[in-house]
Write a protein that binds this ligand. Sequence first.
Ligand code: 0O2
Length: 210
Amino acid sequence: MGEDITELEFYGDSLLLYDSVLIELSSRINIIRKANIIHNERDPIENVKTRIKSPKSMINKLKMKGLEPVAESIRGNVTDAAGMRVICTYIDDVYKVASILASQKDITVLETKDYIKNPKPSGYRSYHMIVELPIYISDTCHRVCAEVQLRTLSMDFWASLEHQIRYKHDIPSHKMIGAELKRCADEVASVEMNFLTIRDMINSIKNNQE
Ligand code: 0O2
C-alpha cells in the first residue's frame, strides 16, 4: 500500500495546508534574500527546495510509530509532512537564517536539532527546526507544522549522495561502507572550514584596505 496512492488521495484536505505552509515559508525565505540584496549584502542562501512527504514514506513512518497509516494519524504525531530545505553558503549563514525565522513573532519553534554541532554517527550534518505557523484558508486560521532543514552546500553535497546510495536502502549495515561515508563527511567538513578561514582572511584584508 502507498505505492500508487496520490498525495491528494492520501492527505485529502490537509494537502492544501501542507502546500500552503511551504508557500508561506518560501515567501519568508525570499524576503530574507531580497532584504540582503537591497542592502547590497551577500545573499546567504544558495537555493531552497520544498517537498510534501510521499504517501509511501509517510505510511512507513506512521507504521513505524505504531499508528494507523492514515492521514488522520499525522496531527500531533508527525511534524514533517511538509518540509523545506534551505541550502546556505556558509555555516554562519545557517545560524543567521535560522535565527531570523525563529525571531518572527507568528512562528513557533517546537523543536531544534543541531546536527552541525553534534553530527549523526553516519556523518550527517544539518540544522533542523520544527516550526508551526498560522495558515489562513478563507476565514479560518490553522496552525500548521513543517520541518525546516538548513545546511551548507557541502553538507547538502554529502547528504544528497549518501541519501542516494545508502540512506533508507535497507541494505544490511556494512561497517566499511559506513566508515568510508563518515570519513567523506569529515573531509567535506574540513574543506568547508578551510573555505571559511580563507573567506575571513579575504574579508579582513578588504577591511584593512578601506
Ligand atoms: P526524507 O525522505 O528525507 O523525508 P523523526 O523525523 O523526528 O521521526 P528523526 O530521525 O529523529 O525522525 O528525525 P531527524 O533526525 O530530524 O531526521 C529527519 C530527516 O533528516 C530525514 O528525513 C532526512 O531527511 C534527514 N536525515 C537524517 N539522518 C540522515 C542521514 O544519516 N543521512 C541523510 N542523507 N539524511 C538524513 P526522513 O523522514 O528520514 O526522510
